[in-house]
Design a binder for this molecule. Structure first.
Ligand code: C2E
Ligand code: CA
Ligand code: CA
Length: 210
């Protein structure tokens, strides 16, 4: 799914979003199978496949476009994770600064940062992604959760919260992304509040690389 720069509308990056087309059950949403994969431990090999596939995709597209990869907490505890990134970057000749690792929990991130990858705090403002992590780790980017974007322009409190998150991110030197932007009114608001990038159905649903 593409992410756009809010001031120019130019595609700045994209997020790799996993899809499972089951031969009998049809399309299974990640909200259902990621949770199962995490509980069974399968997220480690599945996540390795995601990293290899997303970095191979990065090699095929415009080098100005960054590629974001979701990484689960259990993968962060896997001793192989750094090696998977190193091998995939080398095998595809992709610069590490084009890759953004999206996480909801901050453990063992220093090693990934040392490789030159960028680190984004995903779903910021929700249960797992909170202010305390900002003190523990210097994130490159904050992704403001869709639940706040949904209420923009309807609830003064949401506008104030999103404005405060963006101001905080700026002071701490982090870029901001508004997640789940569906309307041009929401885009106008996040742009006015100073958000750098936007992602959502307004620009595009997640689509096949081709
Ligand atoms: P996420 O990382 O927060 O990804 C954003 C989700 O919001 C995606 O759902 C995307 O399709 C959806 N979305 C984006 N824009 C809009 C919009 O304008 N409106 C609405 N209603 N939804 C929007 P998706 O693809 O179903 O993925 C759900 C979650 O599954 C992701 O949430 C992420 O936590 C997880 N996931 C997906 N792919 C991977 C993966 O490769 N690895 C891991 N560990 N988790 C993944
Ligand atoms: Ca994400
Ligand atoms: Ca998110």
């Amino acid at each position: 799914q593409p992410l756009a720069d809010t001031s120019t509308g130019v595609i700045a990056g994209c997020e790799a979003l996993l899809r499972w087309e089951h031969p009998r059950l049809g399309n299974i949403a990640p909200d259902r199978f990621i949770d199962l994969a995490e509980r069974s431990g399968l997220i480690v090999p599945v996540g390795e496949w995601v990293i290899r596939s997303a970095i191979a995709a990065a090699a095929k597209i415009d080098p100005h476009i960054r590629v974001a990869i979701n990484v689960s907490p259990m993968q962060l505890r896997s001793p192989n994770l750094c090696a998977v990134f190193i091998n995939a970057l080398a095998a595809n000749g992709v610069a590490p600064e084009r890759i953004e690792v999206e996480i909801t929990e901050s453990v063992l991130l220093e090693q990934l940062r040392a490789l030159g990858l960028r680190i984004s705090m995903d779903d910021f403002g929700t249960g797992y992604s909170s202010f305390s992590y900002l003190r523990k780790f210097d994130f490159d980017k904050l992704k403001i959760d869709k639940s706040f974007i949904d209420c923009l322009g309807q609830e003064d409190s949401s506008d104030a919260i999103v404005g405060a998150i963006i101001a905080l991110a700026r002071v701490l030197g982090m870029r901001t992304v508004a997640e789940g932007v569906e309307t041009s009114a929401q885009l106008d608001l996040v742009r006015r509040l100073g958000c750098d990038e936007a992602q959502g159905y307004l620009f595009s649903r997640p689509i096949d690389l081709e």
